[in-house]
Design a binder for this molecule. Sequence first.
Ligand SMILES: Cc1cc2nc3c(=O)[nH]c(=O)nc-3n(C[C@H](O)[C@H](O)[C@H](O)COP(=O)(O)OP(=O)(O)OC[C@H]3O[C@@H](n4cnc5c(N)ncnc54)[C@H](O)[C@@H]3O)c2cc1C
Length: 435
Amino acid sequence: MSRKLAISADIIIVGSGVGGASLSKELAEKGRKILIIEKGPAVSLKQMGSEFLCFRLYDKCGLWSKSREGIFYYRTIMAGGTSVVSCGNAVRSLEDKLKKIGIDLSKEFAAAERELGTRPVPEKFLGPATRRIMRAARKIGAKMSPMPKLVNFKRCVSCGNCVVGCRTCAKWSALAPLKLAQKRGASLITGITVTRVLTSWNRAIGVEGLDHKGKKIRFYANKVILAAGGIGTPIILQNSKIEAGRKLFLDLFTVTIGLAKDSGLAKELTMAAVYHSRQGFILSPFIDPPFALASVVPVPLRRNLKIALHHNRMLGIMAKISDDSRGRVYPDGKIEKKATRKDLRKLAQAAKISRKILLAAGADPKTIVTTRIRGAHPGGSAAIGEVVNKNLETKMKGLFVCDASVLPVAPGLPPIVTIVALAKKFAKNLIKEPI
Ligand SMILES: Cc1cc2nc3c(=O)[nH]c(=O)nc-3n(C[C@H](O)[C@H](O)[C@H](O)COP(=O)(O)OP(=O)(O)OC[C@H]3O[C@@H](n4cnc5c(N)ncnc54)[C@H](O)[C@@H]3O)c2cc1C
């Protein structure tokens, strides 16, 4: 038995992450009645900032979220989506690629950057270990510059805890547009896992989901927009009989770490600098929080614990590539994803340079190790030109997608600014349509 909920909305948005929250703000500002349905809980930022508390918000605690082939993928299930645990990097990506397929985001990128307050890391926020890595990188010809960030530096305390949530609210997250949307009358319901889209005569008329007790519940509206992310959205689409889930990318990365004599990156702004290589990867100073490290460093447990115990002296470099879109999300949520030969070549080349930089920055060669392959930007699984058209509409009338799953290829760069810009463009088009 399913319950029909008496909430009338013009538009249902599924998921309150970067795509969903940005879109709900734009549409609510234009007077549309919006209902946002979110699977995860609403958590106050004051409760974040600790690795232990944050674990439960990551999909499968971030420890068991692996593809069949053993590649880790990360996303959080909560109001605000994965942006809450982002590193705060704000780089334009896929601008030319999208323009080539007829989506010109130049105005929307500028508006997104204003809204997110993006700016490169100021000099005084480059910590001593970051500077050592930058100097070492320059020596070997891989010059790093300060990373553009979506961080309010008046509030930032350089705690190094970006990936477990920003307690001081210095970092932009999708909770900001979500709050604005609610102020303009949008309703947010949390704790509902949307399972499929309801249809009538090949037209979307609402969604069905499960509440926390596993009871079916239905919501109705004139239009439905899926923004459940690169993994959540293709699951719902496939369970609504729409072909999706192929061409998954993750922006694969590894982190090469090593111990130094002096203090390390633990208490410094995360990913404060970046080197863009012409060989298709970026390098940036980064180390994982101590517990997370244990699951991703491929060494025996004893050595692993020893490394984690010296977290304060740890240096590290993240190498991120734009991977081949060859993964797949299945309707039951299982993921198929392996690194192709091309991906492995790029990652190996990037790890080799990272090792050289760490050595030049004073890391003990005996302690240098590269983590397993992971990915934190799932997308491409409902790509433009494959599953949705340029207006982000699926083959089902009134059913749209607005999140990382529509991106045509792996950006190999932080995608938040692009998703916000895309949501702004999409909102402009949608507003022109009759309700
Ligand atoms: C540790 C980490 C650091 C990162 N750092 C950066 C960075 O510095 N800069 C950057 O640009 N990007 C970064 N990213 C990537 C970025 O956060 C994501 O690319 C972005 O959040 C994707 O936006 P989205 O709207 O597609 O999905 P999300 O933001 O993940 O939102 C999806 C939402 O849908 C909800 N949902 C899922 N399934 C359902 C369902 N069935 N029913 C209802 N709701 C559902 C989820 O709970 C979530 O709220 C990082 C990612 C990670 C994991």
